[in-house]
Every structure is written in C-alpha cells, then in structure tokens.
Ligand binder design. Structure first.
Ligand SMILES: O=C(O)CC1=NCN=C1
Ligand SMILES: [Zn+2]
Length: 419
C-alpha cells in the first residue's frame, strides 16, 4: 500500500532545481522561490510539486499544514572528518594563547593527537561515535554527508575508519559518501620519509576500491604536511586507480593547492582560504567546485576567510561545509556556517542556499540524487521554523529545523519544552 504525505500551506518552497546541473557564478544569486505551494510524497519519493490548491484535496495518509513556513531540500554536508576517536578540548588553551594550528601539529598534537586516539579506539567505539554525530547532523537538517578517514595513516586504522563509515552508511538513514584521507598528516613513524607514507597509503588503493570503501581520495596539501609535488604524484596515482580526488588546499599557506586541484580535474578544492588571484581565476574557469569552510577560520581564530565574493563573481561554483572535525571546526551546525558565509564571506542568502544544497551535492558526485526537491527524487525535505529563506543565515547559532524527512520518513522533529 503506498504511503502518501502531503505538505501543504508552505510559505516559501525552495526546490533548488531551476538551474541545470552545477550552479556557478551569478546564477548562484538567482533563486526560484515558490509561494503557497504543496509537495506530495509517495513511497518515500517526491510525487508532485504544485500550488497548494492543485493538491490539497488529494486523498493522502498524512496531511501536514506547514503554516506558511519555509520548506527546502535536505541539506548536503560535503566535507566532514566524521570518523575519529577522542577529542581535543585540551588544545583549546593553546589556541587561546595563539599557538598556531601548524605549530600544535608540529609538536605532535592536533591531527596526531586524534591519530593516537583513533588507533586505540575499537571499530565499535568509532561506529557508535559516528552514529551519534550523524544523528546530530540530521537534527540540523542534513540528509546527505561526506565522511573522511585520515586519523590512522597506517593500514589497519585507515581501513578501520573506512569500514566504520561504510557500516554507518548502511545502517543510518542519512546517505554517506566516503573519502580516503590517508594522506592527512606525517606521523612519527614517517617523519623523515613522507614519500614512503604516501606510498604506503597508495598501496591501499586497490583494497579500498575492491571493498568499495571510498569514492574519493583526498590529501592535506599544506606547509609541514604534503607539498604540491607530493600531492600531484599521489593524487595522479589515485586517479589512475579510478578514484575522484579532492584536496585540502590553500587553508593556511598559499602553496597553490587551488591551482593543483584545477590541474588534476579534482571534483573539489576545499578550504581555499588563501587562494591567490591566479588560483581563483583558474578555479572560476574549471569544473572544480570550491568547498569553503568558514567555520575553520572562525574556530582557529586567525587567517582570512575565503574570498567567496571574488570566486563567485569570477564564475566559480561554490559549496560550503562545517568541516566537522575534532580540532579545527568542532561543530555539526551547518546553519551556523550559513551565517558565517553571509557575515564573513559576504555570500548572499541566494548563493548560500545553492551552496548547501545542489552545489554541495555535486561536490560529492550526488548532483543527480540530492540537494533538490524534484519529482522522482528521494523525499529529503526540511520544514523550517522560519518565515522565509533569508531568515536562516540572519538568525545565527541556533537550530531552526522544525521537521526533517529522509526518503519520506520523519527523521527528526523539533522537541518542545517538556514542562
Ligand atoms: O585538524 C583536524 O583534525 C582536521 C583538519 N585537517 C586539515 N585541517 C583540519
Ligand atoms: Zn577538512
């Protein structure tokens, strides 16, 4: 028996489907807003999208009066370090004293602190923790998530993390896309031989492909981590093994990772906080998506925010993300990132909504499945306690979600006070 739900009396509906494919440049600023619309869901898929008066008399199992609220696609989170052990709150004091992120890493903290905790954690512990964070992401309106490994840098732990992500993707309602980030930092064992570490990580490519443990390969191209040359060689090998590639690029030092992402035809270049004019120009002319992570710059308390305005005005396609991880952006709150994109990167609300839906979906090769409300697609839908789409970036730091549907099933509903 078909299960049907009608969302009616929607104030503003964003379907995010007015543009074909990836949305770039000034197109990011033009948003189709449907007023007084209804959405019919049947067997977990979008059955119809039409003005309320065309659908309101249809016989359905459940009718939900959206009371003039905003309704959008489920949000897509294109960049997380979801699977990790331990936490790094003890490093907060160092950050407050102004100790730079790369200095903490050099002293064996930062990523390497999480590596020690992740190597120690069991697969079950990592799985439970990942499921907890996925639940919280769902509560913020996220319905599709990218999850990276990268806290092992040894065969056993990298495979452990990737298997945790795969199992979480199989068991959690959210859809997961997995990325192998074995090239995340230079561990003690390899401190004098980073190339050998990259060779060891590359030796996992075949097994990762065979066990379908990741779709993307990523690398941290940064001072004191991997150079442009090392990154180029490693990612070319990944491409030769059939992976799409991503780069943590131009986060702290402008090494030119943005240009390398474009040169390699990377699906995304991520961070780009210190991308140069040349990097931005090349990005704008390419199909590489810029995934901007303003939460990291906010959290590290130093450095510049990515020049989103220059990128979009040059014609680039931009997505945004929390960069959720235990050290440099410890938040699942994608709505806060929307506010930071507005306040610190001067992105318009129209651009922001493209950046957390359709463009974020393309950033993880799900542009044909996620980030839009479209007939025939999974009914990943969010009802917001907000009168319009401007309101979410405007009112920062809180959770505006009223109800989250994943494939037509209610996944989360705002809890009211219990008294
Ligand atoms: O610090 C972390 O755990 C995550 C990170 N990798 C590169 N930048 C931030
Ligand atoms: Zn990251």
């Amino acid at each position: 028996m078909a299960q049907t739900t009608l969302l009616y009396n929607i104030g503003q509906l964003l379907t995010m489907d007015q543009h074909e494919g990836l949305v770039r440049g000034e197109s990011m600023g033009s948003l189709d807003v449907k007023e007084d619309y209804a959405v019919l869901i049947k067997d977990g898929k979008i059955e119809a999208v039409a003005p309320t008066d065309q659908l309101q008399d249809i016989e359905v199992d459940e009718k939900i009066d959206c009371e003039g609220k905003l309704v959008t696609p489920g949000l897509v989170e294109p960049h997380t370090h979801l699977v990790f052990g331990g936490s790094r709150e003890h490093e907060m004091a160092l950050k407050q004293q102004g100790v730079p992120y790369l200095e903490i890493l050099k002293q064996g903290g930062g990523i390497l602190s999480t590596v020690r905790a992740t190597r120690k954690a069991t697969e079950e512990e990592l799985y439970e923790k990942a499921m907890f964070h996925l639940n919280r992401m769902a509560s913020y309106g996220i319905t599709t998530v990218e999850a990276k490994s990268g806290y092992g840098m040894d065969r056993e732990t990298e495979l452990k993390q990737l298997r945790v992500a795969k199992k979480a993707g199989e068991n959690h309602p959210l859809d997961l896309v997995s990325t192998f980030l074995g090239a995340h930092a230079i561990t003690e064992e390899y401190k004098d031989k980073p190339d050998a570490l990259l060779d060891e990580m590359a030796s996992l490519f075949d097994q990762i492909k065979e066990e379908n443990l990741a779709e993307f390969v990523d690398i941290f191209t940064e001072t004191g981590v991997f150079t442009i040359e090392q990154s180029r060689r490693y990612l070319q090998k990944a491409k030769d093994h059939g992976f799409d590639v991503k780069i943590h690029a131009d986060e702290i030092d402008p090494l030119g990772g943005t240009q390398l992402a474009v040169e390699l035809g990377a699906t995304t270049g991520d961070h780009l906080a210190v991308a140069t004019d040349e990097g931005i120009e090349q990005l704008a002319k390419s199909d590489t998506i810029g995934v901007l992570l303003p939460g990291t710059i906010f959290y590290l308390g130093k450095g510049e925010f990515a020049r989103a305005r220059d990128m979009i005005e040059a014609g680039a396609a931009i997505a945004i993300s929390t960069d959720f991880n235990p050290g440099s952006s410890v938040t699942e709150n994608i709505q806060l990132i929307m506010s930071l994109a507005a306040l610190k990167m001067k992105m318009t609300p129209e651009e922001i909504w493209h950046a957390v839906t359709i463009n974020a979906a393309h950033a993880i090769n799900r542009g044909d499945q996620a980030g839009q409300i479209k007939v025939g697609r999974k009914a990943d839908v969010v009802i917001w306690d907000a009168p319009n789409y401007l309101y979410i970036p405007y009112h920062y730091g809180v959770n505006h979600v009223n109800t989250v549907f994943k494939a037509g099933q209610k996944l989360y509903q705002r809890g009211d006070l219990l008294v």
